[in-house]
Design a protein around this ligand. Structure first.
Ligand code: NAD
Length: 361
């Protein structure tokens, strides 16, 4: 198979972790006999420095031509006070919109050797393996009317929570299809005891479930879900929810994995005729200016994003499993960066990347 991938290293530790992710990608592609067509472009602060725009037209064009995009991270302290259109983060919104990605997938796995890094008790976290599927384009964040008006005691603010049947169907189908490739269970999160939007959400998810009789569906209220995520995370397989609830719950889920340097993410969009999803893959973490350029960044979230890309955009499950198994092996070996608090001297970003390639074999 030919894999046509756009690489956007971005800012701060972005280029460092992306280099190791690409190294792992080359390694796994060679091992399984795939050919790679890689292109590289500018996004974020570096793009502003070189072109004046955080999301140059050339980057948009290459993203639309690629099968999938791998991103490092964006953000540079010198733009902290810049106007919105000259901020690196604007580049992220731009590429998400251009690709039409509507779902954010966050796989949350526990790793045996990192159990002590989670603030929760080992026996609760051990065996956790879920994907949180967050709708990305609707809900309170985009609904209108919105804004602040009036003054004095009468000053008021409004946001609008809104979802259409079509938007709910689209995200629900994605959750059910993911569940079919996993343990066949979908948990839909809402607040249907209070919100009409959630009542429609629940009704539409039930309608979509009829198309997937082989998948079990359960509903859970968002407040209970927040509690269950830390009481009994193993009960979840695929969790699907709207934009705002997903924003909060996915960060809560992140705590289970132990370190922000471990968390990959995928933003996926419409399905291609081949059945693969258009996708933007990136670590959850930012550009970490405090450790940039020092070889201290943990590349495992970026490498996990490569595994997600192989699975979701190319349907290459075996290759994805090989990358995930290499991550497990490297964690077990203790050859890890300082954020994972190794017993001995910490490995550098490049040493971890090298160890991953050795583990892939
Ligand atoms: P951050 O995720 O960059 O860093 C938070 C803390 O975690 C820092 O102490 C950092 O050193 C550490 N850390 C992060 N990734 C790590 C890794 N791979 N290995 C080891 N340690 C790691 O968040 P921040 O400091 O709030 O933001 C820094 C910049 O990144 C800001 O400009 C912000 O806007 C941007 N940002 C970008 C994205 C993105 O590109 N998707 C996401 C979040 C933040």
């Amino acid at each position: 198979m030919e894999l046509n991938i756009l690489v956007l290293p971005g800012d701060g530790i972005g280029p460092e972790v992306t280099e190791e992710a690409v190294r792992a990608l080359r390694h796994v592609a060679a091992k399984f006999g795939h050919s790679l067509r890689l292109s590289e472009a500018l996004l974020g602060g570096i793009a502003i420095h070189k072109t004046g725009s955080p999301f140059p037209d050339g980057t948009a064009k290459l993203a639309l031509e690629a099968d999938a995009t791998l991103l490092g991270a964006v953000g540079l302290p010198e733009f902290d006070d810049a106007p919105p259109e000259r901020r690196p983060e604007r580049g992220l919104l731009g590429i998400r919109k251009t690709l039409g990605v509507f779902a954010n997938l966050r796989p949350v796995r526990s790793y045996k050797s990192l159990l002590d890094s989670s603030p929760l008790k080992n026996h609760i976290v051990d065996g956790t393996d879920m994907i949180i599927v967050r709708e990305l384009t609707g809900d309170l964040y985009y609904g209108t009317p919105r804004g602040i008006s009036g003054s004095g005691e009468a000053e008021q603010a409004v946001n609008t929570m809104i979802y259409t049947r079509a938007e709910i169907q689209r995200i629900a189908r994605m959750a059910f299809e993911l569940a079919r490739k996993r343990r066949r269970k979908v948990t839909s999160v809402d607040k249907s005891n209070v919100l009409e939007v959630s009542q429609l959400w629940r009704k539409v998810v039930i309608d979509v479930a009829a198309e997937y009789p082989d998948v079990t569906l359960e509903h859970i209220l968002v407040d209970n879900c927040a509690m269950q995520l830390i009481l009994n995370p193993r009960r979840f397989d695929v969790v699907v929810t709207g934009n705002m609830f997903g924003d909060i719950l996915s960060d809560e889920g992140a705590v289970l994995a132990g370190s922000i340097g471990m968390l990959p993410s995928a933003s996926v969009g419409p399905k291609r005729p081949s059945g693969a999803w258009v996708g933007l893959y990136e670590p959850v973490h930012g550009s970490a200016p405090d450790i940039a350029g020092q070889g201290k960044a943990n590349p495992l979230a970026a490498i996990g994003s490569v595994a997600a890309m192989l699975e979701y955009s190319f349907g290459l499950k075996e290759e994805a499993a090989a990358v995930n198994a290499a991550v497990d092996a490297v964690l077990d070996s203790g050859r890890v960066t300082a954020d994972l608090r190794p017993a001995g001297p910490p490995a550098t970003t490049a040493q971890v990347g090298e160890a991953i390639c050795q583990a892939i074999g």
